[in-house]
Design a protein around this ligand. Structure first.
Ligand SMILES: NC(=O)c1ccc[n+]([C@@H]2O[C@H](COP(=O)([O-])OP(=O)(O)OC[C@H]3O[C@@H](n4cnc5c(N)ncnc54)[C@H](OP(=O)(O)O)[C@@H]3O)[C@@H](O)[C@H]2O)c1
Length: 288
């Protein structure tokens, strides 16, 4: 098995390295744009063939949801064209692909957790390109696994948890959106799930939903972040989305139904608050 992790400097890429190096050290290749620009089809094909890659986990993406509304070409070249390049290179070497997608392929009008078979209807440029990446991959390489995840956070890079920790220490009061419901996902938990799939006895292709267990609003999430971190002198106020305008529209409800990934691969998923505790502990440990 020769695994390639793309986007290794990102949140999920870093957590994939932690998980793989603790279980099967020294067996995986890690690249980000400096080593391998995924938008270059020839470079991707050469890398996969030269290194005889058997599995590709695509953690690379254009993830700035608001900037994507303006930066359409770059967003599309990373979220769609790069995925096609990965699929074609994988086919050349008979490699299997695990690709990551998003809850933002849905419009958020559901009132129950989204199943993999539910109708997609992205309402942002980011969501549209991520959906086009899914369809392109399945057309070129139908044996691939696609995992849609949501509200990803980790000790790495920029994310909601780190922003709320910073704002909690800088400000006396913040307003946080209370009418968008989803599930926070600790990138470490997703990396463990991907490891389970990579090493499973049977490869079962298709689309899967993965987030941590439970559901909450961004407001509930912030209250939990501050409680766990011991931040007591910042008042968190619930506000409606209309009081926090953003360039890209967000789904009001994007809880993912996790039944298929749990039953197919026997994956156990922690509750989001339990994982949040773990992540904040790591962030605090790194400060010391
Ligand atoms: N973050 C979330 O809340 C969230 C929610 C749902 C789904 N997802 C999906 O989960 C996956 C992982 O997200 P993440 O938060 O870990 O992303 P991330 O932290 O933004 O990492 C993505 C990595 O991909 C790299 N990259 C960009 N263009 C590239 C190219 N042309 N070639 C090679 N590498 C390139 C980025 O480099 P630069 O930093 O230099 O651009 C970055 O290191 C993505 O598919 C994302 O769409 C994320």
């Amino acid at each position: 098995m020769k695994i390639l992790i793309t986007g290794c400097n990102g949140q999920l890429g870093n957590e994939m390295r932690n998980v793989l190096e603790s279980h099967i050290p020294g067996e995986t290749l890690y690249t980000d744009i400096e080593q391998l620009d995924l938008t270059d089809p020839k470079a991707v094909e050469k890398y996969v063939l030269d290194n005889d890659v058997t599995h590709i986990v695509n953690c690379a993406a254009y993830t700035n949801v608001d900037r994507a509304e303006e930066d359409k070409l770059l967003c599309s070249s990373i979220n769609v064209n790069a995925v096609k390049n990965i699929a074609m290179a994988a086919n050349q070497n008979g490699a299997k692909v695990i690709h990551i997608s998003t809850d933002y392929v849905f419009d958020g009008k559901s009132n129950r957790p989204y199943k993999e078979s539910d109708k997609v209807n992205p309402i942002s440029q980011y969501g549209t390109t991520k959906r086009l990446g899914e369809t392109a991959l399945l057309a070129l390489s139908p044996e691939s696994v696609i995992i849609r995840t949501a509200w990803l956070y980790s000790p790495y890079g920029k994310n909601f948890v780190k922003t709320m920790l910073r704002l909690g220490s800088e400000q006396n009061e913040i307003g946080v959106v209370c009418d968008q419901i989803g599930t926070p996902t600790y990138a470490h938990d997703l990396a463990n799930a991907i490891y389970t799939i990579l090493t499973a006895h049977q490869w079962v292709p298709g689309i899967y939903h993965f987030s941590d267990e439970g559901a909450c609003s961004w407001y509930d999430f912030t209250k939990a972040i501050h409680r766990i971190a011991g931040i007591t002198d910042c008042v968190v106020k619930p506000i409606p989305s209309e009081d926090y305008p953003t360039a890209a529209a967000r789904p009001f409800y994007s809880v993912l139904d996790r039944t298929r990934i749990k039953s197919t691969y026997g994956i156990e998923i922690p509750h989001w608050e339990e994982s949040l505790n773990h992540c904040i502990q790591r962030i605090n440990d790194n400060k010391e």
